[in-house]
Design a protein around this ligand. Sequence first.
Ligand code: AMP
Length: 944
Amino acid sequence: MQQGIMELMWRSSHVSGGNAHYVEALYEQYLEDPDAVPDEWRNYFDQLPRPEGSASHDVPLAPIRDQFYQLGRARRTAQAGTAADSGENKKQVKVLQLINAYRFRGHQKADIDPLGLRSPTPVPDLDLSFHQLSKADLDTEFQTGSFFMGLDKAPLKEIVEALEQTYCRSIGCEIMHIVDTEEKRWLQQRFESVRSAPRFSDEVRKHVLERLTAAEGLESYLASKYPGTKRFGLEGGEAFIPMMDELIQRAGGYGTKEVVIGMAHRGRLNLLVNILGKNPSELIDEFDGKKVIERGSGDVKYHQGFSSNVMTPGGEVHLALSFNPSHLEIVSPVVEGSVRARQDRRDDPEGTKVLPINVHGDAAFAGQGVVMETFQMSQTRAYKTGGTLHIVINNQVGFTTSNPLDARSTEYCTDIAKMVQAPIFHVNGDDADAVLHATQVALDYRQQFKRDVVIDLVCYRRRGHNEADEPSGTQPMMYSKIKQHPSSRTLYAQRLVEQGVVSEDGVKAMVETYRDDLVAGNHVANALVQEPNTSLFVDWKPYLGHEWTGDADTTFDMKRLQQLAARMCEIPDGVEVQRQVAKIYDDRRRMQAGGLALNWGFAETLAYATLLDQGHPVRITGQDVGRGTFSHRHAVVHNQKDGSAYVPLQHMADGQPCFTIHDSFLSEEAVLAFEYGYATTMPNALIVWEAQFGDFFNGAQVVVDQFISSGETKWGRLCGLTMLLPHGYEGQGPEHSSARLERFLQLCAEHNMQVCVPTTPAQIFHLLRRQVIRPLRKPLVVMSPKSLLRHKEATSTLEELAYGRFQMVLPDQGKLEAGKVERIVLCAGKVYYDLANWREEFARDDVALLRLEQLYPFPKEELFEAIKAYTNVTDVVWCQEEPLNQGAWYSSQHHMRAVVDMLRDGLGRELKFAGRPASAAPAAGYMSVHTEQQRQLVEDAFNA
Ligand code: AMP
């Protein structure tokens, strides 16, 4: 925890040996008045971790830290003692209640709206009279209780003044919903001790002005060069730039190595150029429409991601801005997944080395459900990332024109964050000092408590939704005010000039220098590292530039395979296994020993074991994945004696890669987006998301549309995510039959993803292995089975696992005489077994049954190979369980026809359809109807 900065302190000369007394004295001073010590010392002391719960690795620092803490505590206890002694005055209690009222409701009176349009909420609790106090009491001295005022007693008027300054100026603090007393006290101390307005040094403030100048400078440059061109400018919210600068620099000081940022359009170009260091000339090329990527569709400039390294007090930090679709907020869980992958790679379970920052719009934060889902995941074992820094660029207009009255029912757009007890700081975007303070406290809180925190940057939008939009038509009052309103930079510059921090000429020079740099095409992110340390991020080169291939050598040494199979069935003595689970493991042992044909669960588990053995981490999440919805996996064994979990795949060998398996919380959207983020950051691993039933993926349709199917072509971002979607018509009704195969196939083009329907254990074994063994990284959508998990004919042998490969087309398994075959039935998935049974029952040796195990990319050559021997065929039928308007028929028939046409023998065969009639619902709700339909479609396939 906070190792970097603490080590810095420990090693630095002023803390060691004889200087310790000096530091103690400083610390005492700081406790009394944080402003009394220089900035850099206040920063150090602000970041001191709490003594309790310290992580073991910062133990060497404990003595000095504890010493400081004890000093502070002794002082405070002494003060409290004096206060308690003073009295019986009943009014004292009322004064303490008044203090509490400010802590609870001061934010409602705070001056957080730069435009002054927020109608003030009457807050009776903040009136003296509400607490039976009056002006007559103002000169009476009262104890200050737990209020961090620096005095144990003070006249009421001073107490009120301090409360007003702390809670009702430019920062509206919402922290009283936090139930953890230590967290709450920590936050109160940070605000109350400096009355929410620490005195920053001139140097710091000049730097803030310089960053504000950069923020404004870029927008005015683009506005003059490209008037009316869409750029979703930051004007009105310029304080965002110094805020991000401070976050990154301060995080670097904490020892953070990577920062991943997610944000929507507004201010994105500004962040790219002024913080991430995108070359302005590159941006200009994009405005001029010059830049064209070589492959793929590309994307508009305000969706582009970016990566760079910047220098901070703690060394180089890698920054990654995630690519973002227009669907606001969906990028947040993607960022979380990417961060978790980086933390896992760095073996950073505390989340100290990688920081997620999610930047939101006010209306989207209040309106979009995925925000709630992302908060919900923030402390769970599978998804936590050590706390996220949320910034709301709150321009007080929802999307294009929406009034907050229509945009939400909550008081603030940030209220959703209270569900995880995140502290929320509403800060006036025109007060750059307050923004800086809120930013520092927010980051320190995240580092200290490893929880989410929200900064609500209350600002405005100087122009319309975009630069081509005229906002006065819908927001006349707001925009008449905005027209008169000086910019944040102007206001801050005025303040600094008045306070003698900078001269008028200095201000002018800043503006000119920035503009000159832009015109000259120089980098304007002052911390940018020109020769980045590439070891800070993953090298994707091995995965780049591969053309599609379905082939991969997924064979595995038989002897080692048997060893792994035996090992994955071992359960230590102390683990008492439940009866049915024990039977599954007994069966697996028999399968390993050759006494039983291999089933799906065995082959799938062995695929993971072999990948781990070859050095690839495996991560599986989804609802019930530990067991598997249909109880076939049981990768997690629950000890019946004490409820503890034992995961055999985590005990395969010393030093093995991570095997992570987590039941997810009940979400599809955020969870799938998270796994997409994870997979696009961890190319070496097998990342699997399994839907409870395949049809539930539609809760995450946006992730499939905006990221999985199109991310590579839009942004060049490769992704090897695997989605296991249970699919198959077994009479379970409209909701649990179809994983909506047709929706995936409809999105398939340009080899963007793979859609497979494996039907044997050996096929899933090789399919999962292929996904990682091949250097190609493409999303894999698997229509995975339900009843086939236990089907007596859906079995394989160890030899098929050891020596086989994934077959995109499975040829006929019968002993047919090719010349006698008159009909070919093509199919995919579980219906094959129904067809095979029917053929056997009716002894139809004139019909060949071929399984398409991969529907996209369509295996044209492999299918031709499988059918070319059947020279006397007159009928070719595609048989599917899905209704005519669903399944593979519409999306894949042209591929099948093309292969049939390759026979070119003049027979003019037509491709026929056998399946359920077109239907609005995916399946019938009644078993009898289902059975009748299933019988009919099988008979149709045989033309019976
Ligand atoms: P990041 O750590 O996300 O900033 O990525 C660092 C660099 O790795 C990027 O600039 C890309 O060149 C490359 N990279 C990252 N993710 C991917 C991906 N999913 N596909 C291809 N290249 C990637």
